[in-house]
Design a protein around this ligand. Structure first.
Ligand code: UDX
Length: 444
């Protein structure tokens, strides 16, 4: 099949490259000329394991190409995926859907044949119906445009696997069983033929809501364990053991019960806020008001980490050096959007500490966002002269750090584990005081 993909961020670039990998002819479209140039050269503009190899291969094979020209895109295919961003509006909780609307308003008038526009972006419920109106308004006479919704569930760091071997495919259409559903299924036929997964066909509103509900549930699960974590700290209990124990109940499950600095990134924080805002617009604001608590539990963990660091430094951060290991919002990513790690580093520095940040992949992005923080080029360099070592992102290389090597360069012997990921016994054996979020007496 031939198809276009609008937007070349994490979602769009991964979708375009993976659709080509499945054998389709793909044209990626973006307004950012510099980004398109890099993609044309087969270069992924962000860190995502496995994606550069696929992109390079598919660019060389000519199966995926990139353009900024909407007319070329309109001409290229009758199936258009939309994966542009829906960021949080400035000063508000609501999502800014203007980028998705712009794609439809600009593309529809250029279409010369009937077309299917498939939204993949995470949007407030009702967006697809509005896009259908925009498409109807802008499409030339005699050209029928149909909007479908096919939410994307990919995680950064696992984007390729999540795209090529999804848990489920959700297709929202106005008429289930009709030709539009067939067209969207066609894009996934190579997956469904070789390694089938459930396909849920539903209406547009349900498809939109599936995505935001999934993200709200994941955020709630993380904040649940982090709330319990606060009680564990107060009671001298260990949240990691507790999470293992409750996670063994298959109704609960252990995944996403990782207590620590909480969630960040470009999706969960903004998606729960946009969900609250949209529920309010629909008159169902009470239904989602608990998400406000989910959000504040999440933010409180970051402050708690700063308090722990202050305690570790004897009540005063001024003049202390703290190695902050991690800048990305999670490992295997260079994404620093709403990163708990950088937020903590920023707060430490505001309170007078010298925070020295190291991250295996996210240093450039971190420097661009927080130019005034200090940065190191390796974990050991960050730990040189540190009074406290604080692990903020659970990169594998931090888990494998040799306590003896850190002991040789650090000034203090205090390890603060913001992700409950470090081998506590090894550090204690090397003479370190180990403290972690959600682990009271038993872990200190
Ligand atoms: C998320 C959803 O998982 C994905 O389905 C959706 O398409 C986009 O949003 P992503 O933002 O890439 O994906 O990261 P995810 O792996 O979900 O982690 C989100 C945040 O939660 C990270 O900051 C992570 O550190 C944190 N987290 C995750 C925890 O604090 N504890 C956990 O147990 C799991």
């Amino acid at each position: 099949m031939r198809m276009t993909v609008f937007g070349t961020g994490y979602l769009g670039t991964t979708h375009a490259a993976c659709m080509a990998e499945l054998g389709h002819e793909v044209l990626g479209v973006d307004v950012d000329e510099a980004k398109i140039e890099r993609l044309r050269a087969g270069e992924v503009p962000f860190y995502e394991p496995g994606l550069p190899e696929i992109l390079r291969r598919q660019v060389e094979a000519g199966r995926v190409r990139f353009t900024t020209d909407y007319a070329e895109a309109a001409e290229f295919a009758d199936l258009h995926f939309i994966g542009v961003g829906t960021p949080q509006r400035k000063g508000e909780f609501a999502a800014d859907t203007s980028y998705v609307e712009d794609v439809v308003a600009r593309l529809a008038p250029l279409l010369t044949a009937d077309a299917v526009l498939v939204g993949k972006s995470t949007v407030p419920v009702g967006t697809a119906a509005r896009l259908q109106e925009i498409a109807d308004w802008h499409a030339p006479a005699g050209v029928h445009v149909e909007v479908a919704w096919n939410p994307e569930f990919l995680r950064e760091g696992f984007a390729v696997a999540d795209t090529l071997t999804p848990d489920r495919i959700v297709i929202g259409v106005r008429e289930p069983g009709g030709p539009v559903e067939e067209t969207v299924r066609g894009a996934y036929a190579p997956i469904l033929d070789s390694d089938p997964c459930p396909v849920i066909v539903t209406d547009l509103a349900t498809a939109e809501l599936v995505k935001v509900s999934a993200n709200a549930f994941l955020a709630t699960k993380i904040s649940f364990i982090n709330a319990v974590s606060e009680v564990c700290e107060a009671a001298g209990a260990d949240v990691t053991v507790l999470a293992d124990a409750i996670g063994m109940d298959p109704r609960i499950g252990r995944r996403f019960l990782g207590a620590g600095l909480g969630f960040g990134g470009g999706c969960l924080p903004k998606d729960i806020r946009a969900f609250m805002a949209r529920a309010g617009e629909l008159g169902a604001d009470q239904a989602m008001s608990f998400l406000r608590e989910v959000d504040s539990i999440n933010m409180r963990r970051r402050e708690r980490m700063v308090d722990l660091a202050t305690e570790a430094c004897g009540g005063m951060l001024i003049g202390k050096t703290i190695a902050v290991l991690g800048a990305a919002f999670k490992p295997d990513s260079d994404d620093v959007r709403d990163s708990p790690a950088l937020n903590v580093a920023g707060m430490l520095s505001l309170k007078g500490a010298q925070a020295v940040v190291y991250d295996p992949q996210a240093l450039d992005n971190a420097r661009a966002l927080f130019p005034t923080l200090a940065y190191a080029d390796s974990a050991i360099e960050a730990c040189e002269g540190a009074d406290v070592v604080l692990v903020a992102t659970e990169w594998a290389e931090f888990l494998e750090l040799d306590p003896a090597a850190v002991t040789a360069v650090a000034r203090g012997r205090i390890m603060l584990d913001g992700r409950n990921c470090m081998p506590a016994d090894d550090w204690r054996a090397a003479g370190w005081t180990y403290r972690a979020l959600g682990r009271g007496v038993s872990a200190s």
